[in-house]
Ligand binder design. Structure first.
Ligand code: SF4
Length: 220
């Protein structure tokens, strides 16, 4: 129950209401790592994979994009739609810096460095490729680089290594303390004993469902 997310905790429903007052008529796009309370104030959700597509699907000149400032900057670099960002960050991706990327490249000639768009812009610029979680996996599968570093949460490399035994993964090992709190035994305990139930009011559930369903209709 203690597991959270630095992105999700960076913005509240009240913050979104204030933003909507400041920018009347500008639609709100929220990353899926947000609370139900924030989703209830949101027009449409997005993931890192479909963020640009979702923003452009609205057919407007300007959107409010929450809560990840780095993902907002990445989206802004890929579209002509004006992006009003929020100052949230993922505490894992924020730890990477450009110097570290150059150091790893110097120590590992020929390495391919691929970054998640939640990384700071200078890190993305110093990398060979930027893409969503799915995009990063596809890059490794398609290109089969001899050596690769995935600039994202450390556990992801472990998962992809299994499917790509010929690729050597250089692990940056920035772990998310929140994700590490969620273990298989704890999930089993929740399922068997129905512990950790989260109770929400019906109105929030109804409103929060709408932007998620809109996103699903548009797809990846
Ligand atoms: S890695 Fe952790 S802090 Fe970052 S988005 Fe995922 S859950 Fe949130």
């Amino acid at each position: 129950m203690a597991a959270g997310c630095s992105l999700s905790s960076s913005v509240t429903g009240k913050d979104v209401r204030l933003l909507k007052e400041k920018y009347p008529g500008v639609p709100v796009v929220s990353y899926v790592n947000t609370s139900a309370e924030v989703k209830a104030e949101t027009d449409i959700c997005c993931t890192s994979a479909n963020a640009v597509k979702i923003v452009e699907s609205l057919g407007v000149k300007k959107v409010i994009f929450l809560p990840d400032d780095y993902l907002a900057k990445y989206v802004a670099s890929q579209t002509n739609v004006e992006i009003i960002a929020w100052k949230g960050i993922c505490m894992v991706h924020d730890q990477f810096n450009e110097r570290e990327i150059h150091d790893i490249r110097a120590k590992n000639p020929g390495i391919k460095i691929i970054a998640h768009p939640e990384c700071p812009p200078d890190v993305i610029k110093a990398s060979d490729f930027a893409g969503s979680t799915g995009g990063m996996i596809k890059y490794v599968e398609d290109n089969q680089p001899k050596k690769v570093m995935m600039v994202t949460e450390c556990s992801m490399s472990d998962n992809i290594q299994v499917e790509n035994p010929n690729v050597e993964f250089i692990r940056p090992c920035n772990l998310c303390p929140h994700m590490k709190r969620i273990t298989l035994p704890k999930i089993l305990e929740c399922l068997e004993n129905e512990t950790g139930e989260i109770i929400m009011d019906k109105e929030t559930i109804k409103k929060a469902r709408i932007p998620v369903e809109r996103m699903i209709t548009i797809g990846r």
